[in-house]
Design a protein around this ligand. Structure first.
Ligand code: ZN
Length: 195
């Protein structure tokens, strides 16, 4: 379990350093087994992902009962509802990464670009805005993600899921990079050629 917690901290630092989360935003979690039961380790509320210690990671059971000290992220229910529906998911990374979130605030949809697994649909799935931290968002996100690994939350941010934390992090980085590429494309197309 110590290893799982260490990995949550490592990935938290990485996504902070890459600029995918800033301030005290964003949250990540991982599911692992203890005595045959699902335990979820999740980042705490109101703390920067840049500066977490082992004791800051909150452990909860699948029903949301807090098993350790501290208060879990306000999006803990969103994470739990996804874990309940998706048995293949063992890690969730939620960011407000700037380019992808810019798209989430705009009327433009984000395309799924080559470079991260099979492209099942041309655009990334999204759900309409629900207030952060609410049961409505938890319900909508867990239903909206279907069998996809990325979900855009309109006017809010991005969720990436995978079977392990390293893959979920890679996906979050990839989604941000593809959003950046698409942003650049839109900008270039909107200016006239110099020659
Ligand atoms: Zn958020």
């Amino acid at each position: 379990m110590k290893k799982n917690i260490a990995e949550i901290i490592e990935v938290s630092n990485e996504i902070y350093d890459k600029g995918l989360v800033s301030g005290k935003s964003g949250n990540i979690s991982a599911r692992f087994k203890k005595d045959g039961k699902d335990i979820i380790g999740i980042t705490p509320t109101l703390k920067s992902l840049s500066d977490l210690r082992e004791e800051d990671i909150v452990l909860v059971d699948i029903d949301g009962n807090v098993l350790t000290k501290g208060k879990p992220s306000s999006e803990v229910n969103m994470h739990l509802e996804i874990y309940k529906k998706r048995f293949d998911v063992n890690a969730i990374v939620h960011t407000h990464s700037p380019y992808a979130t810019g798209f989430a605030f705009s009327s433009k949809r984000l395309k799924r670009l080559e470079g991260f697994g099979a492209i099942k649909s041309p655009y990334l799935s999204y759900i309409e805005y629900e207030k952060p931290g609410t049961d409505e968002l938890a319900k909508s996100a867990s239903e909206g993600i279907g069998d996809e690994d990325v979900l855009i939350l309109k006017n809010h941010g991005v969720i990436c899921v995978s079977d392990c934390l390293k893959e979920a992090k890679l996906l979050a980085v990839f989604v941000e990079e593809t959003a950046k590429t698409q942003f650049i494309t839109y900008m270039l197309n909107s200016v006239e050629d110099i020659i």
